[in-house]
Write a protein that binds this ligand. Structure first.
Ligand SMILES: Nc1ncnc2c1ncn2[C@@H]1O[C@H](COP(=O)(O)OP(=O)(O)OP(=O)(O)O)[C@@H](O)[C@H]1O
Ligand SMILES: [Mg+2]
Length: 402
């Protein structure tokens, strides 16, 4: 059953008839809230293009609190990136043009599928199963600045979440010059520095109070607004945040500065999958080689190092074989170079949100789904072994041993 509200009665009748008998027209947003409260199995709401945006956003935010597994799909007569970004932040799963009825049906079907998966995990359709495993930590790293770490981290987080099928924490460990807030146009009202007062006793509620929601399934833990505050977040606090986040999220994606700080090492030391980025130029490849050497010294597992070549198609006279020879590791993913990346960053909407079929989105989605076990249509909890944090020695022990 799809609960549908459109304030213009003629339009509501016509559109409901077009979509079929699965659709139940309602008289107001308040009526939908009552129906959702009364029916624990309600999974999908369709809001017509006559619903003004602020009302739709407030409704979605409210639903996210009272029924996180409920999907809200919004119709808009014109697709505008600013509206799209706001809709995503409020937790709306899809925004579609009403004239494209096939696309509307597909969006509704996708949302229902996500709700079905979440229903089991969130106790709306069945009691929540015990969480079989801790969240997986994925760190995006490069020894050289500007390789595309933040671009990768933000898009990867959205891809892993698969429209809300998985919960993902995007953590900005570039503590002095973090870009996640600006890239997603999030107001940095809360940041990691607010965790300082909770050191030693950070629990799930404390962690949640620090988060800024971005898109269905994706919450951000932002870097402090200024470099001075960044210094107050020490490695023990980073370890504590990660430990707590593993209990709450399916995936934690860490964005990093281009160097091995103490805080970055705290994350790398308990990372399950490393995304190592380089661009096809000699300084960047040399830095990746040095990073690999450092990883060897630190005994980070080789089979969890995923080397990604960003701007891979830039014609700069290096063949893939040349690159693999310098790096001494296979390139596992190639992300093309395109002006659509800076354009999407300037708009504050990751390409993965704006255009899932874009070659950049496809390359990152492939990594998320086939290499990391995220995305839609996967198990809500990846059936994996215990996380790295439980099986490896702490970094300090290793450092002391050298
Ligand atoms: N595939 C791409 N195609 C075109 N431009 C790209 C691509 N990836 C990244 N860029 C551009 O490169 C610049 C640096 O990207 P980004 O900020 O993601 O790198 P970074 O590694 O996080 O940098 P820093 O080390 O400063 O944090 C941005 O202007 C971005 O638009
Ligand atoms: Mg960055």
């Amino acid at each position: 059953m799809i609960l549908y509200f459109e304030p213009q009665p003629d339009r509501a009748r016509e559109y409901a008839a077009l979509l079929g008998k699965e659709v139940r027209p309602t008289a107001s947003l308040g009526a939908i809230t009552e129906l959702v409260n009364a029916d624990k199995t309600a999974q999908l709401v369709l809001l017509g293009s006559g619903v003004v945006l602020p009302d739709a956003l407030n409704f979605a935010k409210q639903m996210r609190m009272i029924r996180p597994s409920l999907g809200v799909v919004l119709l808009r007569d014109h697709l505008d990136v600013t509206d799209l970004a706001e809709a995503l932040r409020a937790g709306i799963r899809e925004v579609v043009l009403p004239g494209d009825v096939v696309a509307v049906r597909e969006a509704l079907a996708r949302s229902l599928e996500v709700s079905r998966q979440l229903g089991g995990a969130m106790g709306t359709a069945a009691p929540a199963p015990a969480r079989p495993t801790a969240g997986r930590l994925i760190t995006v790293f490069a020894g050289k600045g500007g390789c595309g770490k933040s671009t990768m981290a933000t898009n990867l987080a959205v891809a892993l979440a698969g429209n809300g099928a998985h919960s993902v924490l995007l953590m900005d460990l570039d503590l002095s010059f973090g870009d996640v807030a600006i890239m997603l146009q999030l107001a940095p009202e809360r940041s990691m520095v607010d965790a300082v007062g909770m050191t030693g006793r950070l629990d799930e509620t404390g962690l949640r109070s620090l988060l800024t929601p971005f898109a269905p399934g994706v919450d951000a833990l932002l870097a402090p607004a200024g470099p001075a505050d960044g210094e107050r977040v020490n490695r023990d606090l980073v370890s504590e945040i990660i430990k707590t986040a593993r209990k709450v999220f399916d995936f934690i994606v860490v964005d990093t500065p281009p160097f091995f700080s103490d805080q970055v090492l705290a994350a790398l030391d308990v990372t399950d999958h490393y995304i190592l980025l380089a661009t096809p130029d000699i300084p960047s490849l040399k830095n990746l080689r040095l990073t690999m050497d450092m990883f060897d010294l630190l005994e980070y597992p080789k089979d969890e190092r995923i080397v990604v070549l960003n701007r891979a198609d830039s014609h700069v006279g290096l063949t893939p074989a040349d690159i693999e020879r310098v790096v001494r590791a296979p390139i596992q993913a190639n992300v093309p170079s395109t002006r659509d990346v800076p354009v999407s960053i300037n708009q504050g909407v990751p390409l993965m949100v704006k255009d899932e079929a874009h070659p950049v989105s496809k390359a990152i989605k492939d990594l998320a789904v086939n290499r990391l076990g995220g995305g839609e249509g996967q198990q809500v909890y990846p059936a994996t072994a215990e996380p790295a944090g439980n099986k490896r020695r702490p970094f300090l022990l290793r450092r002391g041993a050298r």
